[in-house]
Design a protein around this ligand. Sequence first.
Ligand code: PMP
Length: 393
Amino acid sequence: MFQASERMETLPFSGIRVMMERAMRMQKEGMDIIHMEIGRPDFDTPEVIKKAAYASIEKGNVFYTSNYGTPELRKAIAEKLKRDNGIDYKPEEVLVTIGVGEGTYAAIAAFTNPGDEILVPDPVWLNYIHVPNFFGAVPVSYTLREENDFQLDVDELESLCTEKTKMLIINSPGNPTGTVQSLETLQKLADLAKRRNLIVVSDEIYEKLVYGDAKHISIASLPGMKERTITLNGFSKCYSMTGWRLGYAAAPVEFISALVRVHQYINTCAVSFVQEAGITALEKAEPDVQVMRKEYERRRDYAVAALNRIPGVSCKTPEGAFYIFVNVKSFGKTSAEIADYLLDEAHVATVPGTAFGTSGEGYIRLSYATAYERIVEAMERMEKAFAKLAAEK
Ligand code: PMP
């Protein structure tokens, strides 16, 4: 009876959710589904953080806070950004958000006009396509190519710039490829951003989940970049706090003053006691983060080796996050067909690469945020399923 606004045409349901819901239905029917589609940690939130939240509620910390977040958390975040990322932000340069999801929305809402172009990776977490569309801005995709180890190609980015290009989105370590952009790439990118006077939005939500010799570098730490960068980060992935909805944006005050105006009309402020627990996460939970990181690395090493042993299947070794972007082109089917087939035949849920953009065709995304033993089982099932598929060809 009531028609949603025309703007809503730009907001489809997420392809990851579609897969997840189908897998859940099959599970309810009694099938033993292995979930490798979900982008959320399988660990509980560290005890020290949960205790800080209980204590905060007990103390009566249950009211609105400043729109910007509590002074104590903003200070702890500024200190963290100095300590871990080598960027000198003052507490006034921090806005506490309801996750990076909100930070993304606020940055795009506050800094793009209809028709402005935003350079966005492909494949990508699709908020970076749909949120610009919602505001009439134009996402212009740059491709992350497997043959380039999914490093972004700064020359390609340069060739996509027009006088309408206003913003550049980067995500390292990245979803869905797990790629950590190198210092060399980031330096070239920084030069481009300065030359073209672009705002850089840097989504660093997976920063602590890096493996082997890989090192996370914040682009705002490079010379002349802090003044044009909005650094987005949050607690969901590294601290296993997806349901707590806590994140932050760090940027010069002119940016923060605009972002807070979007934020105040959506959320007023982040949850009071969650903010207090966030301070404990930053100050006391590093050992817990390292335990999780090591376990992810063990799973990654196993899964990458197992996948590359399956005839017709190949993947690069991702250096970060908890995803593997697996090349399944040799089977001559679409990503969606392969993901559907694996769910039906092997009862392993994955996400078709095309849920992250057109250049994801020929790939599926596997998340290894699931128990090691389940990954072992999934690899055995997938090996059989792929062998059957190859035999049918
Ligand atoms: N950025 C990226 C790249 C993500 O993959 C996700 C979650 N899938 C988010 C942001 C969302 O973060 P949050 O829970 O802090 O909103």
